[in-house]
Design a protein around this ligand. Structure first.
Ligand code: MTE
Ligand code: MO
Length: 263
């Protein structure tokens, strides 16, 4: 007989409260969390990063990042990292106005998807004015429009074994030791289903510009800027990212940044 871990109990309680607040089916959420093999619980049990456990404990899974008023947007969105991917496949898509762009959704899903921009724009949209915090110490408030990742997951139907969404990008960055590396990122399914996690195609009322990740970039508002993969090519659902690239779940994570970058 093991005593319930108070930290975990708070997480589960918070999850139920948040799920109720979001109007999700209470029974289904309860069933999932009661199952010891549920990916969300396994994740909590195996998380080794104290920061991650503390932040998840202090913040309800469904808690929203602050949203701002249009008058809070005082400057354009400052671009950072890659601003002009040199990769030939990206340049060809851009030259064609992204008419041939397809977002692939595959891995541990029942229905792999290939979505063009028209299909993404036809889905339910969400617009949010949020603050982007870069680990380098600057912030920017901007308005983002896109399709909630949850709506895309509804279509793709993640398999029960799916624990992370991995985002593959078009840009390759130079790296002195390992050679050129493709930018990629990953989030867990709690953030993947979060209502403010969107695949953005609009910035401040216009199409997403190339420096900020055209035609599609991730917004995951409760984490730092480097999690918000630009130039999305593919979303792959996986049970573990240990075998991907450097094994730490992202381009910057492979260089030592924290995988969970909660703010
Ligand atoms: N594909 C890709 N995504 C990326 C980056 C990048 O270099 N390549 N930089 C990250 C970092 S560190 C930040 S702060 C934000 C910057 O987004 P912005 O250019 O819209 O300001 O994108 C993130 N996503
Ligand atoms: Mo950043």
């Amino acid at each position: 007989m093991t005593r319930p871990d108070p930290l975990r109990r708070r997480l589960v309680t918070g999850g139920l409260a948040a799920a109720a607040g979001l109007g999700l089916s209470g029974c289904k959420v309860f069933d999932d969390l009661a199952d010891l093999d549920h990916p969300g619980r396994r994740l909590m049990e195996t998380a080794t990063i104290l920061n991650f456990r503390l932040q998840r404990a202090l913040m309800r899974p469904g808690a929203l990042a602050p949203e701002y008023a249009p008058s809070d947007i005082r400057q354009g969105m400052r671009p950072n990292g890659t601003t002009e991917p040199q990769d030939a496949d990206y340049r060809a898509l851009k030259a064609g106005g992204f008419a041939d762009y397809r977002l692939a959704v595959d891995g541990l899903v029942r229905r792999p998807l290939s979505l063009d921009l028209g299909a993404l724009r036809a889905m339910p949209a969400r617009t949010q004015i949020t603050r982007h915090d870069c680990v380098e110490g600057w912030s920017c408030i901007a308005q983002w429009t896109g399709v909630p990742l949850a709506r895309v997951l509804d279509l793709a139907e993640p398999a029960p074994a799916a624990r992370y969404a991995v985002f593959w990008c078009y840009d390759t960055l130079p790296s002195f030791i390992e050679g050129p590396q493709r930018y990629y990122e990953s989030i867990d399914m709690i953030d993947a289903w979060h209502p403010q996690t969107i695949l953005a195609y609009g910035l401040n009322g216009a199409d997403l510009p190339e420096p900020n990740g055209a035609p599609l970039r991730l917004r995951v508002e409760r984490q730092l800027g480097y999690k918000m993969a630009k130039y999305l090519r593919c979303i792959e659902l996986v049970s573990s990212f240990a075998d991907i690239a450097g094994g730490r779940g992202g381009f910057w994570e492979d260089k030592g940044y924290s995988w969970y970058a909660g703010i």
